[in-house]
Design a protein around this ligand. Structure first.
Ligand SMILES: Nc1ncnc2c1ncn2[C@@H]1O[C@H](COP(=O)(O)OP(=O)(O)OP(=O)(O)O)[C@@H](O)[C@H]1O
Length: 314
């Protein structure tokens, strides 16, 4: 475990959901959300967090800052018209890139048909604890704490759920102990069913990112998803074209077996921003399978555009 992972693991039982941790070289900065705590409890928690952080090998300096301003929770849904287009992969890498850029980001995996975030974020089999009747997000190496349908029932079981069970699970995850987390990326199930409607009506996402492949766009599934969010007043942050072109694993050159520019033109025709293309690349699949998010370059531009959108929402 690297110092960052050790720090997250040690702080989880003490202050998960309250601590936002950054590690640069040998220095750790921890922002502690102390809202709702008494003066004495704040000081005690800050002292305990600092003392604990100092025990981590490889960390030489620790700075703990307290904030009592509970960050307004902002939900960014990631949706697609159909399954298998890489929505989960885009969600993970988007969240990881935002975290790497210094944002406090969490992940809710509401994909009942294939909750793959525990695997993608490298915490498969780790169950969240409950505190004050709320689930406590599981810390991950990418700095993106996670609550997933897969943690509640195991990766293969949720598929058989009917509407109310699925929507209750979504609410339980979104109402977890997210104090200190500014933005929660929500990996939605594909399509336009009950979970999407509950998400829109009850949880009111700030915006939605739509993921599609070049072929998905041609098949109009993505358009149907875009229409649902638009008609219900959820701002569409933009379209990500995934598996766009093939990146040669040897030389990195991207070729376009399906032509290029189609998604960008489709986004323009629908009047929504185009956030970028992610090539079909062996490195992306391998990183996903290994539960790490090392392959980040393809996602940085997309994350920067989403961050820009967030900042302009006030
Ligand atoms: N750009 C890419 N390059 C290579 N492989 C990719 C890329 N994007 C996704 N994949 C791979 O494609 C498969 C499906 O991706 P993912 O699970 O992210 O899709 P999804 O849309 O979330 O699917 P579902 O809706 O079924 O959960 C995974 O094996 C993933 O590693």
């Amino acid at each position: 475990m690297d110092p960052r992972q050790q720090l997250d693991a040690l702080l989880a039982p003490l202050a998960a959901g309250r601590a936002t941790v950054r590690v640069e070289g040998e220095r750790a900065s921890i922002i502690l959300d102390v809202s709702g705590l008494s003066e004495r409890a704040r000081e005690a928690l800050a002292a305990e967090v600092e003392a604990t952080a100092r025990t981590v090998p490889g960390i030489a300096g620790v700075r703990v800052a307290q904030t009592s301003q509970r960050t307004a929770r902002r939900l960014i849904a990631v949706a697609s018209g159909k399954g298998g287009v890489g929505k989960s992969t885009v969600s993970t890498n988007l969240a990881a890139a935002l975290a790497a850029a210094g944002r406090s980001v969490g992940m809710v995996d509401a994909d009942i048909y294939g909750p793959s975030q525990p695997r993608l974020l490298g915490v498969e089999g780790v169950k969240p604890e409950a505190r004050d009747n709320k689930l406590v997000p599981v810390p991950t190496a990418a700095g993106v704490p996670l609550l997933s349908v897969g943690q509640l029932v195991g990766p293969d079981k949720a598929l058989a759920w009917r509407g109310p069970m699925a929507t209750n699970a979504l609410t339980q995850l979104i109402d977890g102990d997210w104090s200190g987390t500014g933005t929660i990326v929500v990996d939605m199930p594909p399509g336009t069913g009950d979970v999407q409607l509950t998400m829109i009506q009850k949880h009111k996402p700030a915006g939605v990112v739509i993921v599609s492949t070049p072929q998905d766009l041609a098949l109009i599934d993505a358009r149907r998803a875009i229409d649902l969010f638009r008609q219900t007043g959820v701002p569409v942050i933009g379209l990500v074209e995934n598996m766009a072109g093939y990146a040669c694993p040897h030389c990195g050159e991207v070729s376009d077996p399906f032509g290029s520019g189609g998604a960008e033109a489709a986004a323009a025709a629908m009047g929504i921003p185009f956030l970028g293309r992610v090539p079909l690349a062996m490195a992306i699949r391998e990183a996903s399978d290994a539960g790490n998010v090392a392959e980040r370059t393809a996602f940085e531009g997309i994350a920067a555009r989403v961050a820009d959108w967030i900042d302009h929402q006030g």
